[in-house]
Design a protein around this ligand. Structure first.
Ligand SMILES: [Fe+2]
Ligand SMILES: [Fe+2]
Length: 317
């Protein structure tokens, strides 16, 4: 029985010792058909950083308490690729797959209010997960790409994001409880499909929890370390700050515009983007100065014309 994985272990033994690692291996882009090859041989052939692979496998097996051993050793590009693949898996496959099974399992043919509410609950949950993961894809990973290029974004700190990072599993627990407690299948209907959906929800919940733990215990601390390194270097060798041309909006300003035209208050924008209300106000002032637009309706037109938002995302009054 393997207690801690090493580069010399056969990858088939690694999978056999913990089947949940199978998904992790696929997310690293490693194909099956691995024969008797070791972790190192398989990782090298697939162009995957072996240390990062071992770090992720061991954190999955032993929990986040051992993550500090690896924080300064993982390769950020490999780690981000792994996390992005997991996002794709949840958004484009697993959550959609469970929804299809849910539709088959609950009685949507009649005006069954509980079935309708269960589906609505699930859809809201899916859109929350999408928002969370798309934010990480667009904001967090871009931030890390910039750090790797030696640039530090003054508006974003991973420690701040980490504080409000949501495990995304609580709502799934609630959904399972609602189904178990309140949904009664129509008379004469088998409960097999419903039980199968519940098992999938349990697996998905555990998988999401493991994903978030990996981010919180291994990835975010490694990003924080990188931020500190880049900040220290910047102090030693001050670089000229790249100011965007006056008419050009920064990516952050576009994000702010998108939030405003969707009807969010300054406080809601601040919470959504993990910045202070004062920072939102400063951005709004800069946006008005750069564009010469001071009204929300003017910004709305600007945002649609410049494809910052789609017209259907806006509640037209
Ligand atoms: Fe994530
Ligand atoms: Fe996350």
């Amino acid at each position: 029985m393997i207690t801690s994985y090493s580069e010399q272990d056969k990858i088939s033994d690694v999978i056999a010792s913990q089947p949940s690692l199978l998904q992790m291996i696929c997310r690293f882009g490693i194909q099956l058909g691995v024969g008797d090859k070791t972790v190192r041989e398989v990782c090298t052939a697939a162009g995957v950083d072996t240390t990062t692979f071992i770090a992720v496998a061991n954190v999955m097996k032993q929990g986040g308490s051992i993550a500090p051993l690896y924080i300064d050793k993982i390769d950020m590009v490999t780690m981000m690729h792994h996390l992005k693949s997991a996002h794709e898996f949840f958004l484009d496959f697993q959550l959609q797959h469970i929804r299809r099974k849910l539709l088959e399992a609950i009685d949507c043919s009649r005006q069954n209010e509980v079935a309708f509410l269960i589906l609505k609950f699930y859809d809201e949950y899916m859109s929350e997960v999408r928002k969370h993961m798309e934010y990480e894809n667009q904001r967090v990973f871009t931030h890390v790409d910039h750090l790797l290029a030696g640039k530090l974004d003054p508006d974003f700190r991973i420690r701040h994001y980490c504080k409000s990072h949501d495990g995304m599993d609580t709502k799934l627990q609630e959904l399972k409880n609602i189904i178990i407690k309140y949904y009664t299948p129509a008379e004469g209907t088998s409960s097999d499909l419903l039980c199968n959906v519940l098992f999938s929800l349990y697996n998905c919940e555990a998988d999401l929890r493991a994903h978030c733990d990996m981010e919180e215990t291994l990835f975010f601390p490694a990003v924080a370390r990188l931020e500190d390194q880049v900040a220290a270097t910047a102090k030693d060798t001050p670089v000229e700050k790249e100011e965007p041309a006056p008419e050009n909006l920064s990516e952050r300003e576009k994000e702010i515009i998108a939030c405003i035209v969707r009807g969010m208050t300054n406080k809601e924008v601040a919470a959504q983007l993990f910045i202070s209300v004062n920072t939102v106000l400063t951005h709004r002032k800069n946006i008005s100065r750069k564009l010469g637009i001071h009204s929300v309706s003017g910004l709305t037109i600007y945002a649609i014309v410049n494809q910052i938002v789609k017209v259907e995302e806006i509640e037209l009054q």
